[in-house]
Design a protein around this ligand. Structure first.
Ligand SMILES: [Ca+2]
Length: 265
């Protein structure tokens, strides 16, 4: 009996020791995993290259997807410094802007395939596979948004501040990287829009923020005009700078204007 009790004490001690070891190992592994996850999403990593690694696929409508990247809230300087070459001073005064809420922003300009799937037609001037949809007015986009949000979706156009914050992706210069590697403009586009994802993305993973199609934003530029950002394939390169601002009346359909979607959480 005494022997049995002794064995029970030894076995119990052994179990507790092993349990504690397992627990310690489990805590260590969890901590290690959390740390490596933390490391993989540090801003330094994001600003170094294209490995944003946060593309998520959403249903635009049944059978049609859209790739989006999460943009964290933050603060940035909107506009350009007086020293920036090519700027339009009266339109680009600098100010600090706070982005209060994070948002999903489409990885690319909206494609003709996506527009066709929702609206049943393709208004584009330059028609082709993987090309962004052009010749859509601000009003046309409101109709598109009504359709994709009919089932409770939360898609919309970006505000101008959201657009520039994502375009800059933490950069403060005229472009968010090498301007020729990132931009379709009149000097290299052969005066036509190009399929999405042909040029390099910006540090947060967004394609064609500089150039290709000019992109509608939700803000008014004046009482009768809405903001358009990022320059376009038939325009001069300086108009594809992060801070450049263009505008148009909301009923205008132009062969060099498209848009990209935002989705709220
Ligand atoms: Ca663009």
């Amino acid at each position: 009996m005494v022997l049995l009790k002794a064995w029970a004490v030894i076995a119990r001690a052994f179990f507790i020791r092993n349990f504690n070891m397992r627990l310690t190992r489990s805590i260590l592994l969890t901590a290690l995993f959390s740390f490596s996850t933390l490391v993989s999403i540090t801003p330094e990593r994001l600003s170094n290259g294209t490995s944003f690694g946060n593309v998520q696929v959403f249903d635009l409508i049944e059978g049609m997807k859209v790739n989006m990247i999460w943009v964290e809230p933050g603060q940035f300087v909107m506009g350009s410094p007086e020293s920036e070459v090519g700027r339009t001073p009266e339109r680009e005064q600098q100010r600090t802007v706070k982005i209060e809420k994070g948002y999903w922003l489409a990885e690319t300009e909206l494609t003709q395939e996506q527009w066709q799937a929702v609206m049943g037609s393709n208004p584009s001037n330059n028609v082709g596979e993987n090309l962004p949809v052009d010749q859509v007015s601000y009003y046309d986009i409101q109709e598109f948004l009504k359709k994709v949000n009919a089932g409770g979706g939360k898609f919309r156009l970006p505000t101008e501040a959201e657009w520039e914050y994502a375009c800059r992706a933490g950069t403060t210069g005229p472009y968010a990287g090498d301007k020729d590697e990132m931009t379709w403009h009149s000097g290299n586009s052969e005066r036509k829009s190009h399929p999405i994802k042909q040029k390099k993305p910006n540090p947060w993973g967004f394609y064609d923020m500089h150039g290709n199609l000019l992109e509608w934003c939700s803000d008014k530029f004046t009482e009768t005009r809405f903001v358009q950002r990022g320059g376009q394939f038939s325009g001069r390169q300086r108009h594809s700078r992060s801070a450049d601002r263009q505008s148009s009346e909301p009923d205008k359909r132009m062969f060099f204007v498209g848009f990209r979607l935002v989705k709220d959480k």
